[in-house]
Design a protein. Structure first.
Length: 249
């Protein structure tokens, strides 16, 4: 849920802190924890692929060359080796796929338009790629409140074209708008060409729908510009690059 009525907000200042002597120990503990977690992860088997095909309406299976669009980053400098791409059409399909992979220790690489320049959405090894490109519906445009609601797989240019019909525009514009997806923009807190005038995307997102690692669907869709009802949980997911959950709406 994206506000298309623009307000500029002041950015907060964060005081830099000195790294404590305990930092190396903490870092070592984190490395041990990651190593333990990684040892449980495994590549999907033929049986896993069959089960995922029952859960997701569109699944691509092949070698890394067949799936090169999903295995290579925009600059072609990083290459993964995934042999399966999940292309869900609904949030429920995303939820079922994520829950299955989580329960079976199968790593997932979530992907939007794959327009990043640092390989952030490319599988490192042979993880399952979960592409959001088929979640591509613009659900509503509220002209009275200047609020647009869309799924995360909507191409930014398509959203711009739709809003132009209502004499509106999104508060950000980036060079990859013809290919990038709105969900990826949210996950990276994109700024772009309108950042200095309208601020970062974080300040104009009113609500989100998110799927957690356990497959739970969080409904954080609120149309209130000022909401005092507890924690503003959506802010945790904006800019988190998919590490805390998958934005679906």
């Amino acid at each position: 849920m994206l506000s298309t009525n623009f307000f500029r907000s002041a950015s907060s200042l964060v005081r830099p802190t000195m790294m404590s002597a305990a930092a190396p120990a903490i870092s070592a503990a984190l490395r041990r924890g990651l190593a333990t977690a990684s040892s449980k992860l495994r590549a999907p088997t033929a049986n896993d692929i069959s089960n995922l095909q029952d859960l997701v309406s569109n699944v691509l299976v092949g070698d890394k060359d067949d799936l090169s669009h999903y295995n290579n980053d925009w600059l072609r400098t990083r290459t993964g080796h995934s042999n399966i791409v999940l292309r869900p059409k609904t949030t429920l399909e995303v939820s079922k796929a994520v829950k299955y992979c989580n329960d079976n220790f199968i790593p997932i690489s979530v992907q939007g338009g794959n327009t990043g320049l640092v390989g952030g959405s490319v599988p490192v090894n042979n993880e399952v790629v979960l592409s959001l490109e088929r979640l591509n519906k613009i659900l509503s445009v509220n002209t009275a409140d200047s609020i647009a609601t869309c799924e995360s797989g909507v191409v930014l240019q398509n959203l711009m074209d739709e809003l132009e019909n209502y004499n509106l525009m999104p508060p950000y514009d980036i060079g990859s708008k013809a290919q990038c997806l709105v969900g990826g923009n949210v996950a990276t807190n994109a700024g772009g060409l309108r950042l200095l005038r309208y601020g970062s995307l974080r300040g104009t997102i009113l609500g989100l729908e998110v799927v957690t690692a356990e497959g739970k669907i969080l409904d954080l869709m609120r149309a209130l510009r000022k909401d005092n009802t507890g924690y503003d949980l959506k802010q945790l997911f904006i800019g988190s690059e998919g590490t805390l959950g998958i934005v679906t709406k």
